[in-house]
Design a protein around this ligand. Structure first.
Ligand code: F6P
Length: 323
């Protein structure tokens, strides 16, 4: 078989580990592996080339994706997908592995509906917001990156008796903000899909003031509109005359060397994808998933939605442990 692999949407640390195990696993089972560069944009443009064992040497520990990525508007059109399918046929590709988030999977699903083709998805996004899987590659590294930054912010916050509003990624997904807030000892996670809960924020600040707390940290998910941190800062000033500070972590969270957990799940899912194709078990598109720490597969249909529901028990634990 000729198996092609692409990475699409926001890059995530660990994508390279999956690419490495697809190439090494594919060659191990006697197949040829091709890289599609720049995600669906590169597929449409025919940026496809063979990957050898040595092409994936020394990439396990590297963040980003050696195949590069894109958010491709053209792939949202039938014409774009037709051109993509044409390229797959032209390069005589027999099966495609797509690594990415919900946009990537919805793109694969649209392609399959019009031009049925063996496909396996691997969940790769720092947001950990794909239905059907407990885990997506890159989440843990992004959380670690944010915690490392917040630990440093805490040093200066304590020294100056300051309130910090730390903006983290996740336009739609609450998972990053929730996990980061628990692990950094923040007062509260202000989630992306909700109206900013000012009364709760004020109550938390007041609680801190009452017990003589001199500094505090709030984790703010960036949400759909940028500048949420600044907006909250202004309201806090109006209410308490406290001059809080905003720190936007931004894309720093998406970079850097993947953690052991990201390397492990990415490697295992990459290999699983190849094994399923090798066993010729892929009739309809499937996705490799993590369920209770085990690698499994499920139908792509089960992984097309975003998880946007906040976990109330996490909010409760943040509130209790930060008092
Ligand atoms: O999907 C991953 C993610 O990093 C989100 O957390 C974030 O909201 C978004 O991508 C940012 O996208 P971009 O890098 O295209 O601005």
């Amino acid at each position: 078989m000729k198996i092609a692999v692409l990475t699409s949407g926001g890059d995530s640390p660990g994508m390279n580990c999956a690419i490495r195990s697809i190439v090494r696993g594919g060659i191990h089972f006697g197949h040829e592996v091709y890289g599609i560069y720049r995600g669906y944009a590169g597929l449409i443009a025919g940026e496809i080339a063979p990957l050898k064992l040595s092409d994936v040497g020394n990439i396990l520990q590297r963040g980003g994706t050696i195949l590069r990525s894109s958010r491709c508007k053209e792939f949202l059109t039938v014409e774009g997908r037709k051109q993509a399918y044409h390229q797959l046929k032209k390069f005589q590709i027999d099966a495609m592995i797509t690594i990415g988030g919900d946009g990537t999977f919805n793109g694969a699903n649209a392609l399959y509906k019009e031009f049925p083709f063996p496909m396996v998805g691997i969940p790769g996004t720092i947001d950990n917001d794909i239905t059907g899987t407990d885990y997506t590659i890159g989440f843990e590294t992004a959380v670690e990156n944010a915690i490392e930054a917040i630990d440093k912010i805490r040093d200066t916050a304590l020294s100056h008796d300051r309130v910090f509003l730390v903006e983290v990624m996740g336009k739609n997904s609450p998972a990053l903000a929730e996990r980061i807030a628990v692990c950094s000892g923040a007062e509260m996670a202000i989630l992306p899909h909700k109206v900013i809960p000012y009364e709760e924020i004020y109550a938390v600040i007041q609680r801190g003031l009452n017990r003589g707390k001199r500094s505090s940290i709030f984790v703010v998910a960036e949400g759909q509109t940028s500048g949420r941190g600044q907006e909250i800062k202004e309201e806090i000033f109006k209410k308490f005359q406290i001059d809080s500070h905003v720190c936007i972590l931004g894309h720093i969270q998406r970079g850097g060397s993947p953690t052991a957990q990201d390397r492990f799940f990415a490697t295992q899912m990459g290999l699983k994808a190849v094994e399923e194709l090798h066993a010729e078990q892929v009739k309809e598109p499937i996705v490799t998933i993590v369920k209770q720490s085990q690698i499994q597969v499920t139908n792509l249909k089960n992984c097309l939605l975003k998880k946007i529901i906040a976990d109330d028990s996490i909010a409760k634990s943040i509130s209790i442990t930060s008092i």
